[in-house]
Design a protein around this ligand. Structure first.
Ligand SMILES: [Mn+2]
Length: 458
């Protein structure tokens, strides 16, 4: 294996801050285990769990970090005799210790180190790692649960650290944003009528591969933008279609980009596509402009909803007072999801910890359709990174839903939708860093205005 070339001081500083927050609580942080396909030697690139990556910076399979009494110790499998034959020069434990700036011990010493102690951990997403956590700690470790008060303390300490990105994290997020921009430019150039969505996918992921990067989530590249998580790429794109591409880079050290653009398969938007697109862009810009320290993220969401409601009224799709339409959730018929989420090592950062990460203490999810899908409701602070991703979708399942239809009543003008048959789904998503004075759009150089997108398609 090859170590990522990283400055270990950023990671030492993060470990020191976490140790400080933990006080006398000891913690066990899992890297996770590789998951080969079908048989053991058929491995895929191993990506370490984000809490581990945040503190160590290296994708070390089956490694465990122990934080205890002011010290960090990493436990890893010692290299096997034939590792070098198959994998080339492999760092030994002392090489690792030097590179990482912490003590490194063989994995075989871990059980004795933990035996009989109350140690905090965060449940791994994969069952084999969770089973090993439970075995090492001699207690249940359940998916999506924090089983002890120590686990909760560790979760809160990690959330406090990872919510506000440090300089190293921001540099990595900028790198992810730059690579994501290259992918979207390649996608816009590769799009043409009468070929499959796969063609665009190849261009976008190819641009990332050329930079030595992969994707931070399974790309959505589809002419059916109204299917929110459409993961197939087999549709043939036709002149007159819109293509929605939600693609983000992952840097080698694990940081995510998350960007959506929607562009015409032909060279120009149709008049109706343009109307709907300009509306989503206005919502994106208004919500982005609202991002600043101290602002409640739910209000950023509602800013986007207000612009969309107003626009849907002027397009004749909705009737009524925009504020009332938003209060009653009628706009959500066409914008059913939240305006965005935290961004960091995970594309939905720390979503493994559920709403404990995304929602401030004392705030809970709304039960209203639309608002219930909002993943973030905290007051923004400098150093946070969020996405801003309003959309407009004509979703048959929503428009058929009797409860939602009844709630909208005559405020939904179905006849007006016929004019938007060539729209289906539009989303415009950017990555935004909260700064001391406002915000910085990390992905602002990716074309988003009608003129810039059409210039890129020409
Ligand atoms: Mn997103």
């Amino acid at each position: 294996m090859q170590l990522e070339a990283l400055d270990s001081s950023a990671f030492s500083a993060r470990r020191a801050r976490l140790l400080d927050a933990l006080g006398t609580t000891a913690a066990l942080i899992a890297a996770g285990r590789p998951s080969p396909r079908q048989y053991r030697a058929n491995t895929f690139p191993f990506r370490a769990a984000s809490h581990f990556l945040y503190l160590v910076g290296q994708h070390l399979p089956d490694a465990w970090l122990v934080l205890d009494a002011g010290d960090a110790t990493l436990f890893v499998e010692a290299p096997a005799a034939d590792d070098e034959l198959w994998h080339g020069p492999t760092p030994g434990l002392s090489d690792l210790g030097r590179a990482l700036g912490c003590d490194v011990m063989p994995l075989s010493a871990l059980p004795a180190r933990l035996a009989g102690r109350a140690v905090a951990t965060l449940p791994a997403i994969d069952a084999p790692t969770r089973a090993r956590q439970a075995e090492l700690l001699g207690r249940p470790v359940q998916a999506g649960a924090l089983d002890t008060p120590e686990d909760a303390r560790l979760a809160d300490a990690m959330i406090a650290l990872r919510l506000r990105h440090d300089a190293a994290a921001i540099a990595s997020l900028r790198r992810a944003a730059r690579a994501t921009a290259r992918a979207h430019e390649a996608g816009m150039r590769a799009t043409r009528p009468d070929v499959a969505e796969h063609t665009v996918r190849a261009a976008m992921q190819g641009a990332l591969l050329e930079l030595g990067m992969g994707v931070s989530y399974e790309p959505i590249i589809t002419v059916h933008g109204e299917v929110l998580h459409a993961h197939g790429h087999g549709h043939v794109m036709r002149e007159g279609d819109l293509l929605l591409a939600d693609v983000g880079a992952e840097t080698p050290d694990g940081w995510a980009g998350d960007v959506t653009r929607t562009w015409p398969v032909g060279r120009r938007f149709s008049a109706t596509q343009r109307d709907a697109y300009e509306l989503v862009l206005a919502a994106n810009r208004a919500a982005t402009a609202a991002v600043a320290p101290g602002v409640r993220y739910r209000d950023v969401h509602l800013t986007a909803c207000r612009v969309l409601a107003e626009g849907l009224v002027s397009l004749g799709i909705l009737r009524g007072d925009p504020d009332e339409l938003v209060a009653d959730g009628v706009h959500a018929l066409f914008f059913p999801h939240g305006v965005g989420h935290l961004l960091g090592l995970d594309v939905h950062d720390m979503e493994d910890l559920g709403d404990r990460a995304g929602y401030a203490p004392g705030r809970t999810r709304s039960s209203q359709f639309g608002l219930s899908y909002l993943r973030l409701d905290r007051d923004l602070q400098p150093g946070m990174a969020v996405t801003i991703e309003p959309g407009f979708y004509v979703v048959p399942a929503i428009l058929r839903d009797p409860t939602l239809s009844a709630a909208a009543g005559d405020r939904l003008v179905r006849a007006a939708l016929e004019r938007f048959a060539d729209v289906r789904g539009i989303r415009i998503e950017d990555d935004v860093l909260v700064t001391e004075t406002g915000h910085d759009v990390l992905t602002s150089d990716i074309p988003s205005s009608v003129a810039d997108v059409e210039a890129c398609r020409a």
